[in-house]
Design a protein around this ligand. Structure first.
Ligand code: SF4
Ligand code: SF4
Length: 310
């Protein structure tokens, strides 16, 4: 579906059906703790080669344990996406958290954004039926062949995953090479390079990128969001290491705390208060955009629905 088709659907009042959110009582939780370090050194990232002190890592691990304990006590169906500022999987406490959460019957999905730099042995203990990985390939940091080998291992283990890249102009050939070497069934997403000058991409480049990720334009030219419907604050929440709950990572207003339960009374439908929402983990929850339908069953990990599921 292109932007025009979708605008027509919206005008007709036929918003895509929110498949995950349609499960009664289902709550999606985006968790971002205090971890802000990474083993990679990407030129486009403020967390490149940043270090957390031992104390900060200990605190992050304690926070995460509390969050996992909270999830274990819930009876409602949950999906959880970890969106750390840095790389979580290099830390044992994230691998342990994912492992524990993957075995909870109320978890529909547990996922994490990762650069996929770690070995795969930890997956032996995971219930891979519930796990998903949002994997980003950073060509300045790892050879394509090494990244692809890890993707193959995920496939061999039956781990659901998406693969994506930051769409820098100088990486266009690399983006196409990765797509060509990934199995056709592996979905590939692209984020527009940001910040960028207004004429950063020409029309032909946008077309090339759009061929790889048919939803690229939503990231490149985000629809205005002020007043738009958004499931965050109702069926999706953002949680930090202290348990502070916000509707999403991009709206600062607190809704309460996870651990004293005060957030629950605040969950209700609400419109977006921001002028723009240009990040997939935000705008994917807008029912007036096609993501809840096109990614039904895989919104959090950015895996589109197979044609038969859509
Ligand atoms: S892997 Fe991700 S968090 Fe780490 S430096 Fe690169 S962009 Fe930043
Ligand atoms: S549209 Fe984006 S910024 Fe607005 S409430 Fe939803 S997730 Fe937050």
């Amino acid at each position: 579906m292109n932007l025009d088709d979708h605008a027509r659907l919206v005008a007709d009042g036929r918003f895509p059906a929110p498949a995950d959110a349609a499960v009664p009582g289902h709550l999606s939780v985006l968790y971002r703790g205090r971890l802000s370090s990474c083993n990679y050194d990407c030129g486009y990232c403020p967390f490149a080669k940043a270090y957390d002190s031992r104390g900060a890592l200990r605190r992050d691990a304690e926070d995460l344990r509390r969050f996992v304990d909270w999830a274990a006590q819930q009876r409602r169906p949950l999906s959880i996406l970890f969106t750390p500022w840095g790389e979580g999987l290099v830390r044992r406490h994230y691998r342990d958290a994912l492992t524990t959460l993957s075995h909870l019957p109320q978890l529909r999905r547990v996922a994490i954004q990762t650069n996929l730099c770690v070995g795969m042995r930890w997956l032996d203990a995971v219930d891979t039926a519930r796990l998903a990985l949002w994997c980003t390939y950073h060509p300045s940091q790892v050879a394509r062949s090494a990244f692809l080998a890890r993707c193959r291992e995920l496939d061999r283990r039956g781990v659901r995953h998406s693969v994506g890249m930051v769409a820098r102009r100088e990486d266009l050939d690399e983006i196409e090479a990765l797509r060509a070497q990934l199995p056709a069934r592996t979905p590939m997403w692209l984020n527009a390079f940001d910040p960028r000058p207004p004429d950063y991409y020409d029309a032909a480049q946008v077309e090339r990128l759009q061929r790889i990720d048919p939803h690229f334009r939503y990231n490149l030219e985000p629809a205005p969001s002020l007043g738009a419907p958004c499931l965050t604050g109702e069926r999706v929440i953002s949680v930090d290491g202290d348990g502070n709950v916000r509707r999403c990572h991009f709206v600062a207003e607190p809704l309460g705390n996870l651990y004293d339960g005060s957030y629950a009374a605040q969950l209700r439908p609400r419109a977006c208060p921001n002028a723009r929402c240009d990040c997939y983990i935000g705008y994917a929850h807008r029912p007036d955009l096609p993501f809840l339908r096109d990614y039904a069953g895989g919104v959090l990990e950015r895996v589109p629905a197979a044609p038969a599921d859509a």
